[in-house]
Design a protein around this ligand. Structure first.
Ligand SMILES: NC(=O)c1ccc[n+]([C@@H]2O[C@H](COP(=O)([O-])OP(=O)(O)OC[C@H]3O[C@@H](n4cnc5c(N)ncnc54)[C@H](OP(=O)(O)O)[C@@H]3O)[C@@H](O)[C@H]2O)c1
Length: 340
């Protein structure tokens, strides 16, 4: 898996993580089968086709999680599949009753295609750290630290939650749990499965708009109350905010593809801070944005980051919190979400 010119598949290729991952894979010499929901969406198609080497090394496919069989063609002939796409809203036209059912069904269909393909050696799922809450099942507070052994209890009821956050958290938890059931037995034909449970992803983007997670990450300086709500939810769910740069997320995906022997679950974040600590960083580095005093006041949190699994495998994070902040601010200035 180490040299270029191998064929790989990326689902959700036109999203924030998907587009940066496709660009990096093309730069590294891979041939990429990229899926998006609608090949008639000219802006998404043009963006992907504008990447260096896309003219010869990028093949686009249409596939929707609500019709899971559609991924088969894109997977055919690939040696690795990055399953990045996730359903964020239930679809009226769907055979599934909610996003969790759709996400789990897509995992089954994609994993079965991979094992039948004879070519796929590794399936890498872009999971979320929201599936790894260190909250205790009995609601009596947080475990000592957050690491790969933590799984979010499905019946959680949190003060800062809403229907969207709850559905997303349950869907990511069930989907990750489902995909980890593959890749361990003989019937899976030697395919291994990796899940990368990413923290809040910040940094700049190839997209023309500020991605949702970047908008949340900088919500203390944009004063966007809607985006800030997801920060408060993440903090309540996880004890503090796990944060990671988009470049490190993409490099971690590629690292896990190229590593000859690796499988299982990995948490991905290079910083773990409270919302109040993050607000303090904005006040220090970007005083011109006037962070509101109440944002600086929250609890500093005593949750600890306990995950070292990927680093022990040899992965190195290249971006610290300051770099993630700087690149996220640059992104929002470029897209016009920050005026100065
Ligand atoms: N950003 C973060 O902070 C973060 C953190 C942890 C985990 N993740 C995970 O990373 C993945 C990508 O997230 P992102 O931040 O890049 O979000 P994003 O920009 O909103 O991208 C979501 C992608 O999912 C695709 N998608 C949505 N509904 C779909 C459906 N029914 N069928 C097929 N594809 C569908 C979209 O495809 P179209 O473009 O074709 O509509 C889009 O490419 C997700 O699995 C997310 O859970 C993200």
């Amino acid at each position: 898996m180490e040299n270029g010119k191998c064929r790989v598949c990326v689902t959700g290729a036109a999203g924030f993580i998907g587009s940066s991952l496709v660009k990096k894979l093309l730069e590294k010499g891979y041939t990429v089968h990229a899926t998006l929901r609608n090949l008639g969406d000219a802006s998404k198609v043009q963006l992907l086709k504008s990447f260096p080497h896309a003219d010869t090394e990028l093949v686009l496919f249409e596939a929707d999680i609500n019709r899971p069989d559609e991924f088969e063609q894109a997977i055919h002939g690939c040696m690795c599949v990055f399953h990045v796409a996730t359903p964020l809203q239930p679809s009226d036209a769907s055979q599934f009753k909610n996003t969790s059912e759709a996400a789990v069904s897509a995992i089954k269909s994609i994993a079965e295609c991979c094992t039948k393909s004879g070519s796929v050696k590794r399936l890498i799922y872009t999971a979320s750290v929201c599936a790894a809450s260190p909250l205790k099942d009995d609601g009596s507070g947080y475990k000592e630290s957050i690491d790969e052994t933590c799984w979010t209890p499905l019946n959680l009821s949190l003060a800062s939650s809403n229907g969207f956050f709850k559905d997303y958290t349950v869907s990511k938890t069930l989907a990750e749990n489902e995909v980890l059931g593959y890749g361990s037995s003989e019937k899976d034909g030697g395919m291994t499965v990796v899940t990368l449970a990413c923290g809040i992803v910040g940094g700049d983007t190839v997209l023309s708009y500020t991605p949702g997670s970047v908008a949340a990450f900088i919500s203390q300086v944009t004063h966007n109350a809607h985006s800030y709500r997801s920060v408060k939810y993440a903090e309540e769910l996880l004890g503090k905010l796990p944060i990671v740069h988009i470049n490190d997320v993409c490099e971690a995906h590629i690292f896990c593809m190229e590593k000859p022997s690796i499988s299982g679950r990995f948490l991905i974040a290079s910083a773990f801070v409270s919302a109040a600590q993050l607000a303090g960083c904005y006040q220090l580095y970007y005083p011109e944005f006037n962070v509101k005093a109440e944002k600086l006041d929250g609890a500093k949190g005593d949750a600890k980051w306990g995950s070292t699994k990927l680093i022990e495998k040899g992965f190195e994070y290249k971006s610290d919190l300051k770099m993630i902040i700087d690149d996220s601010i640059r992104c929002a200035r470029r897209t016009g979400d920050l005026q100065h």
